[in-house]
Design a protein around this ligand. Structure first.
Ligand SMILES: Nc1ncnc2c1ncn2[C@@H]1O[C@H](COP(=O)(O)OP(=O)(O)OP(=O)(O)O)[C@@H](O)[C@H]1O
Ligand SMILES: [Mg+2]
Length: 383
């Protein structure tokens, strides 16, 4: 059933014609369309409200009878008048959506960037080994290699030529598997290509294409937040995303830090302590994108416990405790280098070694610091 009418009325602004259409709607109730316009120039959209007012009593009667009314303005639905029971149902739906959203947020990955401005401190080794230690505990982990040197990618064998494949055919050399895509669009439109899957890990690899990232970001500094935006879109698929970074400050390092919420600093020697003020500056710069970012722990790496130099270094590191705690130590062990050469994690290469246990202890410290496990279940930690 449908009915409609046309009404001419004189208003202070001139003659106005109103078309009034009422049809059974898809929403089970009545669909009222108000196409109201002035018969003279200077139509005033507020008049439509008066039109609604003039029929409101009738509309409310219909709504009380359980019908839903859709109000249109220039053929576009702008509002609906619904029975109170429908409204309350919608409120309940909203509440459950908010709950779902919160649950989803709880499942967002912990994003961890491993950095030290100095070279050779163990960024790549610590990133790789922590990933495997977390994997060993059943977590879903992704790795990002944001260093154009591609040490992490290489240490996982993804640049090793085999099977007669040319470089262009090997996934490890393809641009689409790097994070470059995130920087190729304007701010907030960053997209990651597909990661490579290897040994239960998802990996965004590095290769020569990534050398283009600094120029892309420098040409439009709003892209500094692009990697973070891109990571937002996939973050719910992982428990942890670990980002290996390049030595030296360039826009790509800034963007990598801005993509994370937690920063880990491996320190292997005196040089590793020299640039800590720069790390503080990196963090400050990242806060515009990552408000919660902070140093979560310093990781003493390549520790040779009995030497005087290392005792002094550890004492120096203790003084950083006000910034962040020191994790358990990772000893200096040739197994770390051997494992990388064998394209394996230490945990797979020599799972029972002391250095493998050091790494597990650091992972446990991390889980504790992030509140993923309770303090008493952490096995690592040093006094
Ligand atoms: N605990 C360790 N014991 C022995 N060797 C180690 C240890 N940690 C790292 N190394 C070795 O030290 C070298 C530098 O380590 P790594 O590549 O992890 O440092 P990095 O900070 O990533 O370096 P870059 O700044 O070049 O990216 C590598 O050859 C690595 O195998
Ligand atoms: Mg490295």
């Amino acid at each position: 059933m449908a009915w409609h009418g046309t009404a001419w009325r004189y208003t202070p602004l001139g003659y106005r014609v109103s078309h009034f259409l009422c049809t059974p709607s898809l929403l089970k109730g009545v669909h009222i369309s108000y196409n109201t316009y002035m018969a003279v120039k200077g139509s005033d959209p507020t008049l439509k409200i008066r039109e609604l007012r003039s029929t409101l009593a009738e509309v409310l009667q219909q709504v009380e009878n359980g019908q839903r009314v859709l109000v249109e303005k220039y053929y576009t639905p702008v509002a609906a008048i619904v029975p109170i029971s429908d409204y309350l149902a919608l409120r309940r739906l909203d509440a459950s959506r908010t709950q779902t959203q919160l649950t989803k947020e709880k499942h967002m990955a912990h994003r961890i960037v491993v950095t030290n401005i100095s070279g050779g401190e163990g960024k790549t080794s610590v990133t790789r080994e922590l990933a495997f230690a977390l994997l060993e505990q059943g977590y879903k982990v992704a790795l990002m290699d944001t260093d154009p040197q591609a040490s992490l990618t290489k240490s996982l064998g993804l640049h090793d030529e085999e099977g007669g494949l040319g470089r262009d055919e090997m996934p490890g050399f393809q641009e689409k598997h790097t994070v470059l895509g995130a920087f190729q669009k304007e701010s907030g439109e960053g997209r990651l290509g597909p990661p490579i899957q290897l040994m239960d890990l998802d990996i965004w690899v590095s290769n020569d294409h990534l050398y283009g990232a600094d120029t892309l970001i420098a040409s439009d500094l709003s892209r500094l937040g692009n990697l973070r935006e891109a990571l937002d879109e996939v973050s719910d698929q992982y428990d942890f995303v670990l980002i290996d970074t390049k030595p030296g400050i360039t826009p790509l390092l800034n963007a990598s830090v801005a993509a994370a919420d937690h920063l880990i600093v491996p320190i292997s020697g005196d040089k590793g302590t020299e640039n800590l003020d720069k790390i503080v500056r990196l963090i400050k710069a990242a806060r515009g994108f990552a408000p919660r970012i902070g140093v979560r722990m310093f990781v003493p790496n390549r520790v040779r416990g009995n030497t005087r130099v290392y005792k002094e270094l550890l004492e120096l590191m203790q003084s950083y405790k006000t910034v962040a705690p020191l994790s358990s130590q990772i000893r200096d062990s040739v197994i770390v280098m051997e494992a990388a050469r064998a394209r394996k994690s230490v945990l797979k290469y020599r799972p029972g070694s002391e250095v493998a246990q050091d790494i597990r202890n650091v992972a446990q410290d991390l889980l504790m610091l992030l509140g993923v496990v309770a303090a008493e279940s952490a096995t690592g930690g040093q006094s």
